[in-house]
Design a protein around this ligand. Structure first.
Ligand code: SF4
Length: 188
């Protein structure tokens, strides 16, 4: 099996996701959103679901939260080929309301993406992403900013970037956890 995004397995998986009709979200999407990032990333960030901008452009985290995430990625010292971004749900849920039922249906795609990408670290962004990867985890605010093991992956949970626009406290937590992530990645 060729790991990363350059092999035929990744192409087949991406095509499968783009044509997926396994849950009701396919009826309202513009397009499925598969991946943004390097071909063999060290770190994979996992968001919850595409929003309106992502649904329109077909890439994850390209709106306001995406700009916050990209700033954070640069702050921790990751270059364009060092990271990848996916979502738990590949299709935008109506009114951006996360669907746990669809997440269960969609989860095998995330598993297969991670199995191909083989990152050193997986960063779930927000409670839904955390629960999808580690169902036993407690609240995101209790566990964000510290590494933990879930199955075969080392997780580093963080708040969802959208949360940083809701309160100064969340933004401070985000910045604090970025420093911890930078340290783990060897950036001092
Ligand atoms: S959200 Fe996932 S399971 Fe549902 S239609 Fe999209 S790709 Fe398929």
């Amino acid at each position: 099996m060729v790991t990363g995004t350059s092999g035929p397995e990744w192409g087949r998986l991406s095509a499968e996701i783009r044509g997926c009709t396994l849950c009701e979200l396919h009826r309202t999407r513009t397009q499925a959103v598969v991946y943004r990032g390097g071909s063999s990333p060290r770190v994979v960030f996992v968001g919850e679901a595409p929003g309106a901008e992502e649904d329109r452009r077909g890439e994850p985290f390209v709106g306001r939260s995406g700009r916050r995430l990209d700033e954070g990625i640069a702050q921790v010292g990751l270059g364009p080929s060092d990271f990848g971004i996916v979502n738990v749900l590949k299709c935008r849920p109506p009114k951006n309301v996360f669907s746990p039922t669809s997440a269960v249906t969609c989860h095998p795609y995330l598993d297969r993406q991670l199995a191909l990408l083989q990152p050193d670290l997986v960063v779930p962004l927000g409670a839904h992403a955390l629960r999808s990867l580690d169902p036993a985890a407690s609240r995101i605010t209790d566990v964000a900013g510290a590494p933990r093991t879930a199955g075969r992956w080392t997780l580093f949970p963080m708040l969802h970037p959208a949360a940083t626009f809701r309160s100064r406290q969340n933004l401070a937590r985000w910045e604090h956890d970025l420093l911890a992530l930078r340290s783990i990645l060897g950036g001092g």
